[in-house]
Design a protein around this ligand. Structure first.
Ligand code: ADP
Ligand code: MG
Length: 339
């Protein structure tokens, strides 16, 4: 075989750079929903409405009542590596917002037809950006409405990887449920092809969990609450009587973000060691709050993984807190006991 002759090195055009970045972060319509809903949470929204048509491939709309984006910043919102959330390495290492990479909107914009309508509290007028043009868009309440049409039409290869509408819709609901679990003080509504299929009013943490966990979880769970050092663990854990064959009702969060983590899931499972046989999967929903400096959230482009500075301490806190919760016989709350 003859090797192709060498071509000179060139910088990639900025659109292609965004499309490559989108390849990592925007896997399917549900990834768009995750990024947009996280932006709504970061904007301080109390009500978030999500719409998906044809599994999100035709259209996704996320509307919130958060702080809004000022007219002058609308072009920046769509620019790669532009963010209002961090300014320095120090702020990155102390980050409390869900976003900080400044890439989501640029990525989505590069693989779809995207528009943002927004109004801030101190502006009488709402504005829209679409295709680089900023124009007045009358009639918006305070907040932001992002519309994503024809996802992946610019990237036909990715488009071909999409599954049935119902599958993509199910992925969207899964992503929404994860964000909703971590934000019980926010109301969420989801419409699929115009029909409301999920409505979560504001609730306490426990009630939000019960609304989203399998039915048999309620009445067969215990509250977890423990602190150690700067860390705090809360949530609900299922009694061994309601275990499953699959680990599909296991939710772990770190600082408000759904994550997959072997240290945390191992610790949770270890707490069931003596009460659950090997193959049975417990149900749980656990929220770890930890100082941002103790955890690296910047491990993975979708931020679905973290690294703990002292994973042994995290493991010990979770295992002992869950063990103690399971040992409580009445449905009582385990209160702020030191781990
Ligand atoms: P990041 O969330 O990492 O900052 P994004 O590309 O998701 O990056 O968003 C870019 C910027 O646009 C954000 O930093 C924020 O200032 C603004 N923004 C995006 N979505 C919203 C929203 N729903 N409400 C208010 N501001 C938003
Ligand atoms: Mg974001």
């Amino acid at each position: 075989t003859i090797k192709a002759p060498r071509r000179e090195i060139r910088e990639l055009p900025s659109l292609l750079i965004s499309q490559i970045a989108a390849g990592e972060v925007i896997e399917r319509p549900a990834s768009v929903v995750k990024e947009l809903v996280e932006n709504a949470i970061d904007a301080g929204a109390e009500h978030v409405e999500v719409r998906a048509d044809a599994g999100g491939l035709k259209r996704i709309v996320v509307a919130d009542d958060g702080c809004g984006i000022p007219k002058e910043e609308l072009p920046l919102a769509l620019k790669r590596h532009a963010t209002s959330k961090i300014r320095s390495l120090l702020e990155l290492e102390n980050v409390r917002s869900l976003g900080f990479r400044g890439e989501a909107l640029a990525s989505i914009d590069s693989v779809s037809d995207l528009s943002i309508k927004s109004r801030t509290a101190d502006s009488a007028v709402s504005w829209q950006i679409r295709g680089g043009e900023v124009q007045p868009a009358p009639g918006m309440p305070r907040g932001t409405r992002v519309e994503v049409d024809d996802l992946f039409y610019k990237t036909p290869v990715r488009r071909k990887f999409m599954r049935a509408e119902s599958t993509e819709t199910a992925h969207i609901v899964t992503q929404l449920e994860r964000v909703a679990l971590a934000n019980p003080d926010v109301e969420f509504r989801f419409f699929s092809n115009g029909r409301e299929t999920l409505h979560l009013p504001k609730a306490s943490q426990a009630d939000r969990i019960l609304a989203l966990m399998p039915k048999d979880f309620a009445g067969h769970c215990r509250a977890v609450e423990a602190r150690e050092g700067g860390m705090r663990i809360t949530g609900l854990v299922g009694l061994p009587t309601v275990s499953r064959t699959r680990g599909d009702a296991q939710y772990l969060f770190v600082n408000g973000r759904f994550i997959r983590d072997r240290v945390m899931s191992h610790a949770a499972r270890a707490a069931y060691e003596d009460v659950l046989h090997n193959k049975a999967q417990p149900m749980y929903c656990l929220f770890l709050e930890i100082p941002p400096t103790e955890v690296d959230a910047n491990v993975h482009p979708t931020k679905s993984e973290v690294r703990f500075r002292e994973s042994g301490r995290v493991h010990k806190l979770i295992e002992s807190a869950v063990e103690r919760a399971l040992a409580v016989s009445s449905a009582g709350i385990v209160d702020d006991t030191e781990a």
